[in-house]
Design a binder for this molecule. Structure first.
Ligand code: DGI
Ligand code: FE
Ligand code: FE
Ligand code: FE
Length: 188
């Protein structure tokens, strides 16, 4: 699928701010793909679709999780913010025939990360965090590190997210911890 087609597809599904975020994630992901020798086509498509399901009705996402054999049911015990990635990875295939495993997995794990993230998964996870519209506390340091150290930048983003969730008293999905633990082992 061409970048322009993908953009036209996701546009009506997103609010204006979210659509603009998506375009910035796509640019950032393409830059990271250039630095780290990943496919720019895959990075761009995964980025354009990463928040495709962000505004699906909760009932629809719930039905998708219940009825899709491959989606873990424990997602339903956690905050619904965690659902749009996994559900998106299923619906891009169903609705647009995107079967590429790497792209679908990058969409799936963009919110939490996971253990053993692929390069493409890390690029989307990180691009979503550092795109130029983000102003999380600490994002500047992650942006700088992202230029030369993909694992280190993902670890810092993961650390910041977990700290933020802890400070709010939010529950934390196991994959979020698995990503952090795994990255601490992988960084040099
Ligand atoms: O969809 P975006 O807003 O672009 O970004 P995202 O998909 O990375 O994150 C959506 C929200 O999910 C964000 O506020 C952080 C939050 N989040 C990430 N990991 C966890 C989490 N929330 C909970 N409750 N538990 C997690 O493990
Ligand atoms: Fe998201
Ligand atoms: Fe994110
Ligand atoms: Fe996003």
């Amino acid at each position: 699928m061409k970048k322009e087609n993908a953009i036209e597809i996701v546009k009506p599904h997103l609010k204006k701010k979210r659509f603009e975020h998506t375009l910035r994630v796509a640019d950032t992901a393409e830059q990271l793909a250039g630095i780290y020798n990943e496919s720019k086509e895959k990075a761009t498509l995964a980025a354009i679709f990463h928040d495709y399901c962000k505004y699906r009705p909760l009932e629809e996402m719930k039905r998708c999780i219940v009825s899709t054999r491959t989606l873990p049911k424990d997602l339903l015990d956690f905050h619904h913010e965690l659902w749009h990635g996994p559900v998106g990875s299923v619906l891009v295939e169903k609705e647009y025939g995107i079967v590429d495993r790497d792209i679908r997995s990058a969409i799936y794990y963009h919110t939490t990360g996971r253990a053993n993230m692929s390069k493409l998964e890390m690029i989307i996870f990180l691009a979503d965090y550092i795109e130029p519209g983000r102003d999380f506390p600490g994002v500047h340091a992650v942006r700088e590190l992202a230029r030369e150290d993909l694992l280190g930048a993902c670890l810092l983003a993961s650390k910041n997210t977990i700290n933020h969730l802890l400070s709010k008293g939010a529950s934390i999905y196991p994959d979020t911890f698995h990503a952090y633990n795994d990255l601490t082992k992988r960084v040099n």
